[in-house]
Unconditional design. Structure first.
Lengths: 435, 323
């Protein structure tokens, strides 16, 4: 099927060449790691270790019932503290701090199953849950729960290798270097969901990753490669489903309701590690890039490594540094300082210089660019007017709740209005008002 | 080092309101050049008076009433130049200045400033001047005629514009070539179809405007005129209609004004069709030769309704289903 373009979107400066050329490097091991108890959507974890305990690499240190995902020690060492620490997304959050003993003593529980090919879907789900795997593209939804909700009703499984945010090349690097493992991981998920079609979607601005997939694909005849024309926010779940299947996820519904499940390629890779090597999710690739960091790179780091360590490994910040963002520049979270750790869903640290500061704006000139850019068919210029007037009835009528906060409207606005920013707080207010 | 913490997105496109206005002014240069070439230095002075008055009015009004300074956004400059281009070259300077001040203060400022006005400021000011100074506003001179720079122009020799003939209705005496290039009487900026097409093409190419409004506008005029003159050189009539009067200036530069036109593509098509139909109606029935001004102004008034009619389908809702 030909890719159907989703509506709207923008083409920001890509900047992917900054970090693309560098090989995947592992920075010096951090002296301590900070593992927040909340690195996923759902219930925060409850620690199952105490301060002073000795922990081994890969040991489960926190878990919870229900919608949650266990957290594992990403280095071996001693539990230094369980206290409130900086969190890259939530500002502050309870975290387990482990002092690294630099031995990386593996946990005795880490053992690959003798026969991975014989595992049933339920056993695969259990292994994925045990490994603490969550969506690594940014949403951090527990993967076993996502798969469970799609079982029996999904006809299309999509591996998301779009990585549409500017500067990011983490997924691309993973595909270039570990393509076989990603595809093998994807096939595990396929065994769970039993879809009719399994697609790996990549945007056409990653020729090396595409070439790597093409040369590996013959070992995986059940997977189709789909190369999509580059446009932000193609990697957003609903937009990718539209691009690949021509289906629109109705308001308030889930991908499973239109027969689709979307899983990030790094998540597929984590599933491979969990099932074939028995290893929990304790490390990930992070792109450190932007024009305010000296040597942009892709780093393979233990989860919990403070952002400052990553930046140090990339030659430090330049003097003109303006923002440090956990995630991409379109949807990422600006950091107050460099103390927050990398968590399971942190795909990038983007450092931007003052050159990115928006020019002075004007009043809305009704140019309509925001309407054309909105991938979910909203009319941001009117929503902005209603949001400024706190007209909640109108915001409700105009479906503000459909907004995916992709940032396209703010990005494209010639008047430089803070549209997305306003909508974020208006959605909050709308939620409060409804209660 | 202090890091800035604000909400995403953290990058912005380089296009700004100022830059858009700059591109509009650039696109008007060919029409300005032909106007000055055909009507002499006086027309350059008329444009300058309009520009400076609009800027001064914006500076004073925004400082005193809106408590901000919005001269730099370039919108007042565009309004001033656009108004100047719709005036006859022999217009008395005070009349031109009054028009520019009216456009900026009354039509835009009193409605709440940039983005809040319902009517196109330049066109609304032109309509105002047409009602208050009908003689001066219709005193068209022949191209190449030397106009006194500073002496009164009340008794200059006037010349018929192609539109005067067409109200009769008869095919104009001017050749199509002259009409296309701008060797005809008329307002300073409307005479050369070639120059306006050049400017309009530039705006389309740079993505400042889209084809929807001008295409719907011009296609509607063409089809209607063709149908009305089926037995009598229909194509010639269409050509004269498109190239004379303010249609091209209107279709590319006035009807496409962001603030006073619809935001959705469907809405823009509807609006363009309305502009075209009203223009033909006014040209054939009105006592004024120029129908473009009132056609666009009337459609300006419909924009809120058109926008409501043409809202995008809700994402994920069935086609044809509720919004």
């Amino acid at each position: 099927m030909m890719p159907a373009p989703f509506h709207g979107g923008v083409h920001p400066y890509e900047g992917k060449h900054l970090s693309r050329g560098s090989e995947l490097t592992a920075p010096p091991a951090p002296a301590h790691v900070i593992l927040p108890l909340r690195q996923h959507i759902g219930q925060p974890c409850i620690p199952c270790v105490k301060v002073g305990d000795t922990v081994q690499l890969g040991q489960r240190i926190a878990d919870n019932e229900g919608l949650s995902a266990p957290i594992h020690a990403s280095v071996s060492g001693t539990v230094l503290a369980i206290e409130t620490r900086r969190h890259p997304v939530f500002g502050e959050m309870d975290a387990i701090v482990i002092a690294n003993d630099y031995r990386d003593t593996p946990c005795a529980h880490i053992q690959p199953p003798t026969e991975p090919a014989a595992l049933t879907p339920q056993q695969l789900l259990a292994a994925i849950r045990r490994a603490g795997i969550v969506g690594m593209g940014g949403a951090a939804f527990p993967t076993d729960a996502k798969l469970r909700s799609g079982m029996g009703r999904v006809d299309t499984l999509i591996a998301n290798g779009c990585e549409c945010e500017p500067y990011l090349t983490a997924d691309e690097t993973l595909l270039r270097r570990r393509c076989g493992e990603v595809l093998a991981g994807l096939c595990l998920l396929q065994r769970v969901l039993q879809p009719k079609t399994t697609v790996l979607a990549i945007e056409d601005n990653k020729p090396d990753a595409i070439a790597a997939v093409q040369s590996t694909l013959e070992q995986f005849p059940q997977v189709q490669l789909q190369v999509l024309p580059t446009r932000y926010p193609q990697g957003s779940e609903k937009q990718l489903i539209q691009s690949v299947t021509h289906r629109e996820v109705p308001p308030g519904k889930l991908p499973g309701d239109v027969g689709c499940t979307v899983v990030n390629v790094a998540t597929c890779h984590a599933a491979y590690r969990a099932v074939y090597e028995g290893r929990p999710l304790t490390e990930r690739i992070v792109t450190v890039s932007g024009d305010a960091v000296a040597q942009p790179k892709n780093l393979l780091v233990p989860i919990g490594t403070p952002i400052g360590e990553l930046i140090k490994a990339c030659g430090g910040l330049r003097d003109n540094a303006w923002k440090v963002i956990a995630g991409g520049p379109m949807m990422g979270i600006a950091q107050r300082d460099l103390d927050a750790p990398v968590i399971k869903s942190t795909g990038a640290i983007v450092c931007l210089s003052r050159a990115h500061e928006a020019a002075a704006g004007t009043a809305c000139i009704r140019c309509g660019r925001c309407v054309r850019a909105c991938p979910v068919h909203l009319q941001p210029l009117y929503l902005y007017r209603f949001a400024c007037a706190a007209d909640y009835a109108a915001l409700w009528r105009q479906h503000l709740t459909d907004c995916i906060e992709c940032g396209c409207c703010s990005y494209i606005c010639p008047a430089k209005l803070p549209l997305t920013e306003q909508f974020r707080s208006a959605k909050h207010a709308l939620k409060e008002a409804k209660l | 080092m202090t890091l800035t913490v604000t909400s995403s997105p953290h990058i912005r496109d380089g296009l700004t309101t100022q830059r858009i206005m700059g591109q509009v002014l650039l696109a008007l240069l060919p029409a300005i050049a032909v106007g000055v070439w055909q009507f002499g230095l006086r027309s350059a002075l008329v444009l300058t008076v309009c520009l400076l008055t609009a800027l001064a009015a914006e500076a004073l009004f925004s400082r005193l009433v809106l408590r901000s300074n919005t001269v730099a956004d370039g919108t007042a400059a565009v309004t001033g130049v656009l108004l100047g281009l719709t005036l006859p070259p022999a217009i008395p300077y005070p009349v031109a200045a009054l028009g520019a001040a009216f456009a900026v203060v009354v039509v835009k400022g009193l409605f709440g400033g940039l983005g809040q006005n319902i009517f196109n400021p330049a066109l609304a000011a032109r309509a105002f001047l047409l009602l208050v100074f009908p003689a001066a506003m219709t005193r068209y001179t022949a191209p190449g005629q030397a106009l006194p720079l500073f002496a009164p122009t009340a008794d200059v020799t006037t010349a018929a514009t192609p539109l005067h003939h067409m109200v009769v209705p008869a095919l104009p005496s001017q050749s199509l070539g002259d009409v296309f290039l701008g060797r005809i009487g008329g307002s300073i900026g409307e005479v050369s179809a070639a120059a306006l097409l050049l400017g309009g093409g530039y705006l389309l190419l740079r993505g400042v405007i889209s084809w929807h409004i001008p295409a719907a506008y011009l296609a509607t005029v063409s089809l209607t005129v063709f149908a009305l003159h089926l037995t009598d050189h229909p194509l010639t009539w269409v050509a004269y209609n498109l190239c004379s009067g303010g249609i091209l200036l209107g279709a590319f530069f006035m009807a496409t004004d962001y603030v006073t036109s619809p935001v959705t593509r469907r809405g823009q098509l509807l609006y363009g069709i309305g502009c075209g139909a009203l223009t033909v109606l006014f040209r054939r029935t009105g006592i004024f030769p120029g129908g473009v001004t009132y056609a666009i102004l009337l459609m300006n008034g419909c924009v809120w309704t058109i926008d409501r009619l043409c809202q995008p389908r809700r994402f994920g809702a069935k086609k044809g289903g509720s919004l």
